[in-house]
Design a protein around this ligand. Structure first.
Ligand SMILES: Nc1ncnc2c1ncn2[C@@H]1O[C@H](COP(=O)(O)OP(=O)(O)OP(=O)(O)O)[C@@H](O)[C@H]1O
Ligand SMILES: [Mg+2]
Length: 346
């Protein structure tokens, strides 16, 4: 069975982003002033995992950068320090002189010295931001507008320092889960480009589109798994059994990818929970064991945040609503180990 792997990566985005026309229009409206050389408003992009938030932001900003020369930086907040975020933002700014070894103060001065030219900073995974003071830094710089991407706006707003003006009331662009027809378009674009005709039929695609609850990540990875399982099993085309088995397979890979994308501190919390086995741990026990294991332990609130992130990524689960100190927490897949090194050394 012939397939081109790159169609299963996140950079494969079909023209016009199926199902995201409304969000693209809303975001273009927000960023319109930047196309005329004026600073744009900030905004929120909110929705569940796999709903296309990062893809939509990247897609539109790449287009605006080509068509209007608008500069942008897309940075991931999870586990990043204030200096790392400012460094990554400055590195993308066309008017900031690039040299190594700049400290936080110098980075801020350089960014501030730029003549109020519009520049868009996308703060992706906003709920993983551990250094809210960077919001004060960024909102004080003329010309910068922020696009804050997250899952839960109320939670995100609660973490904004009082000194930050405007952001709380910035407009919100909402990403509902993809409809089945939109998911079909997303999958078809990949099938048409990357698979030989007849490898998978429409009924099978529809089964995937129906199953994945509006998450494009889950949809694309299920399609990939169905094809890979078919290949492994020596089938000439994908069978219904391959499709049936693709979902668990895809979920396991997504969990692994999401876990790898988290910070070292998240990994320690995950490891502590996984090692406790199926009996699970209460929040106080997690905290205690985390403190013993981390060489640079964060406070209780940070650990609650790490746990919530792990839960949102379906890496850990609990027997209550997640807010009680009596809940027990366990790893969803006890075979999945945390990587030895975090994406960032936090
Ligand atoms: N409209 C779309 N068309 C084609 N592919 C898409 C579309 N939306 C998302 N995808 C694909 O689905 C995957 C997940 O999308 P994305 O990363 O944008 O989701 P997200 O909302 O940012 O999720 P998370 O909150 O977990 O970060 C990516 O691989 C992306 O390529
Ligand atoms: Mg994302």
């Amino acid at each position: 069975m012939f397939s081109r792997r790159e169609v299963f990566t996140e950079h494969f985005l079909p023209r016009d982003l199926p199902g995201r026309g409304t969000q693209l229009n809303e975001l273009s409206d927000v960023l319109e002033p930047a196309a005329e050389g004026e600073p744009a408003e900030s905004c929120w992009m909110i929705g569940s995992s796999g709903a296309g938030k990062t893809s939509t932001a990247r897609y539109l900003l790449e287009e605006l950068s080509v068509d209007y020369g608008i500069g942008f930086a897309l940075v991931e907040c999870v586990g990043a320090s204030r200096w790392e975020l400012l460094r990554d933002i400055a590195a993308e700014h066309p008017s900031v002189p690039q040299h190594n070894g700049m400290g936080t103060t110098q980075l801020l001065t350089e960014l501030d010295d730029v003549e109020s030219e519009p520049f868009v900073v996308v703060l992706d995974e906003f709920d993983g931001l551990e250094v809210p003071e960077v919001l004060v830094d960024l909102t004080n710089i003329e010309g910068i507008s922020l696009i804050c991407i997250g899952h839960d706006k109320a939670e995100a707003i609660a973490s904004i320092p009082n000194a930050v003006k405007g952001l709380r009331h910035a407009p919100e662009i909402w990403f509902e889960p993809y409809s089945v027809p939109s998911m079909m378009e997303i999958l078809r674009a990949r099938v048409d480009t990357g698979l030989q005709p007849g490898v998978i039929d429409d009924d099978q695609l529809e089964r995937i589109a129906d199953e994945v609850a509006g998450s494009a990540r889950y949809g694309v990875q299920s399609l990939r798994s169905a094809v890979e399982l078919g290949e492994e099993r020596g089938h000439t085309s994908v069978t219904d059994e391959d499709v049936g088995d693709s979902f668990d397979h895809a979920k396991a890979r997504i969990r692994e990818q999401l876990l790898a994308s988290l910070s070292r501190q998240h990994h320690i919390v995950y490891r502590v929970i996984r090692e406790a086995g199926e009996e699970g741990l209460r929040p106080a026990e997690i905290m205690e064991r985390y403190r013993e294991r981390s060489d640079n332990p964060r406070g209780r609130q940070a650990v609650v945040k790490y746990r919530r992130k792990l839960q949102r990524y379906d890496l850990v689960a609990c027997d209550g609503d997640g807010s009680s100190r009596w809940d027990h927490w366990w790893a969803v897949d006890d075979q999945l180990k945390a990587p030895l090194r975090g994406r960032r050394v936090a």
